[in-house]
Design a protein around this ligand. Structure first.
Ligand code: FBP
Length: 265
């Protein structure tokens, strides 16, 4: 494990990753709510908000847009990813190497592991290769820990999410990104199982400001380190406003009401 509090992935030990790999993972449907969100330049601009500790993108967006933003945005290279057109058992293609990501200027790397998929063994071996290479480059490693596939009956069960967090610790991730397990108590167990691996919540589909900020607050109160969020930011007409609210909850330890006031100013 690598201490990551001195890296651009964190601010005061906390994390707010803006995720923008949805064009690959979900397709253009995610841009329908706010059509301008299909323009990567808009989201790279949003990522310059001081609350955002890194922007997670796939290789193509990094190649095409990151050179214009490298002064103002920390890059998280999401190494694997698959389209929603793929109908097979859960799996994820490795689309760029750690070496290539480091050449482009990545500050950290991200990798999805579908524990419970028929492809878990191969994915874990691919993760091993990426994790060890990332260590050589001194880059933090974030695991998108998503139990899914034939072996998983219910991927939102607290026990399943705690197992996903433990898997990230066991395999050497510095940060594990998990689905919200439903309550503060369940999140505390997830954090405990993750040991020294930091736990962040996956944003999920768009919710009201209040419901979203409240769930993030619960994660922070349970000992979580922050959030990786996509749709709850870029599917808003004014993404910077919800980032103002998230900045309060994540970095200022503010109440939901204070954060809401910041988001709705
Ligand atoms: P969201 O906040 O929009 O959920 O984004 C986080 C993320 O992990 C993205 O990196 C990824 O594209 C998406 O969720 C995957 O969502 P799912 O597989 O649950 O549909």
């Amino acid at each position: 494990m690598r201490p990551i509090d001195d890296t651009p992935l964190t601010r005061d030990g906390k994390i707010l990753i803006l995720a923008y790999d949805h064009g690959l993972e979900h397709g253009p449907v995610d841009f329908e709510a706010v059509p301008e969100s299909a323009d990567p330049a808009r989201v790279f601009d949003v990522a310059t908000h001081p609350a955002v500790t890194s922007l997670a993108v796939q290789k193509g967006l990094a190649e095409a847009y990151y050179p214009s933003y490298e002064e103002d945005v920390a890059l998280l290279a999401k190494l694997n990813g698959t389209s929603n057109l793929w109908m097979g058992e859960y799996d994820s293609a490795v689309n760029w190497s750690v070496d290539y990501a480091a050449d482009i200027g990545a500050d950290s790397v991200g990798f999805t592991l579908y524990g419970g998929s028929n492809h878990e063994v191969e994915m874990a071996e691919e993760f091993r290769e990426a994790q060890e290479r990332a260590r050589e480059h001194d880059l933090p490693v974030v695991m998108w820990s998503y139990p899914r596939g034939q072996g998983v009956k219910n991927d939102t069960k607290p026990e399943t999410i705690a197992y996903a967090a433990r898997q990230a610790l066991e395999l050497g991730a510095d940060v594990t990104k998990v689905k919200y397990p439903g309550s503060r108590e369940a999140m505390e167990t997830v954090v405990e199982m993750a040991g020294r691996t930091k736990v962040i919540m996956s944003g999920g589909s768009k919710r009201s400001d209040r419901a979203f900020l409240r769930s993030v607050k619960e994660v922070m109160d349970a000992g979580g380190a922050g959030l990786a969020v996509g749709r709850n930011v870029f599917q808003r007409e004014h993404p910077e406003r919800i980032l103002d609210g998230l900045e309060q909850v994540i970095f200022e330890e503010a109440s939901v009401e204070t954060a809401l006031a910041a988001a709705q100013r």
